[in-house]
Design a protein around this ligand. Sequence first.
Ligand code: XMP
Length: 521
Amino acid sequence: MNSFSEKKIKTNNMILILDFGSQVTQLIARRIRELGVFCEVKNFNISEDEINEINPRALILSGGPASVFEENAPMIEKNIFNLNLPIFGICYGEQLLCQLLGGKVEKSFEREFGKAEINIIADSPLLSGVINKQVWMSHGDHISKIPDGFKAIAKTPKAPFAVIANEHKKIYGAQFHPEVVHSLDGKKIIKNFVIDIAKCIDDWSMKNFKDQEIANIKKIVGQKKVICGLSGGVDSSVTASLIDQAIGSQLTCIFVDHGLLRKNEGQEVREIFSKNFSGDFIYVDAKDLFLKNLSNISDPEQKRKIIGKTFIEVFDQQASKIKDAEFLAQGTLYPDVIESSHPNNGVSQTIKSHHNVGGLPENMQLKLLEPLRMLFKDEVRNLGRQLNLPQKLIGRHPFPGPGLAIRIIGEITQEKINILQEADNIFIEEIRLANLYDEIWQAFCVLLPIKTVGVMGDARTYENVLALRAVNSIDGMTAEVYNFDSQFLCKVSNRIINEVRGINRVVYDYTSKPPGTIEWE
Ligand code: XMP
């Protein structure tokens, strides 16, 4: 299927980031967008013609895991340096530009990883206003000679060319990662490059995006009809709301309730829709069908497959009733767009393969409308605010497509779903009461198929164990455990054991990702 919202942001007031595979390339993009400047991430092997077509104000060469002198190391066309664009190479990007412009990069005996302190040794607009000298290093190779026309503007004890500059050509390099928070004035360095050196204007805002995108959707869709699958999550709700504001009555939203949502969530989605949308809404109660298809299934991957397949069947059946629909709207976000075109995406693709519940049938002969495909999650939330969607919806923690099915370890029954919904509701309620909800990236409960002995009153109990999980993360790829106060956990545990029949023991999961995953299945 073709996406119809792909090449729509036409501006030359933007930065193009060439991605050499660093784990933190997306952070560069986020930092630039936070400055109010649009940017895009493209594979390093983009051609000179494509760059010309995009017509950016400047280029950033990202970091990456390779060594510039390795065979098959990711390279760029040398001509790119003759485009007269300001260029900022970060880590691998710095080494690459050195190598290509006549400097020298060598293997180090020791990897430099972690915090370092830069010493600014020459004035440069790139480092103007940098006060905090702490930066974050992560490199194996080092530059031993810089190209003609360059000078070192900052050094560290281990990196004499920590920051280099060719002021005349506006080409810069940093050995460290200014985009990560541990580089304390890294944002300032990026700002200096984007605003002062590349002369970008800060005109990227969700208010502007909303207006442009509504006009864009109107133009693309014309008088045709659009179908949109709502999941109750932020991405699909914002997608639907944006399209609704553009073409209202030509939109039909389909909400398949698989019965594996959080407590009351199905009802909440219906209410939000009836209050905020003018298009049509189809609510499909498919709880029984999902439960039937999942009966006696314990294997997590099988659960995902069954849910995905059932979802498609139910959705397809409803969608086919809408005559003359031409577009299918999806809440695809920018990280997925970047990842799916990434050169080293073997790993991320396997991780993603199980995230596609709600993926839609290939044979649907519909054109894809993906109005959020240029946005990061925080931008989507901002856009949701511009669209006046309720904060409770916009700020909601991520929720997996297969829902509670992968939080009930082992076989799924209606009784277990009810128990988990009740327990989860108490955990989230207490988190909200303690004002912690927005501090936590994702919090939920997991129902374990383990029974343990307990006492309640004078009676012996023999019931299930429930695990509480709360993590902080940027994108779900890594996560750290959220540290609650122990009194808080005691309170949640007491409430759950007292109020939810079927649970007599509550434990807290202290596993970070890696080595764990966020979900238990
Ligand atoms: P893991 O468990 O892989 O989770 O560390 C990372 C993030 O992805 C979510 N997740 C899923 N989302 N379908 C989804 O739509 C899935 O099958 C799925 N599995 C995990 C998880 O909730 C976390 O936010």
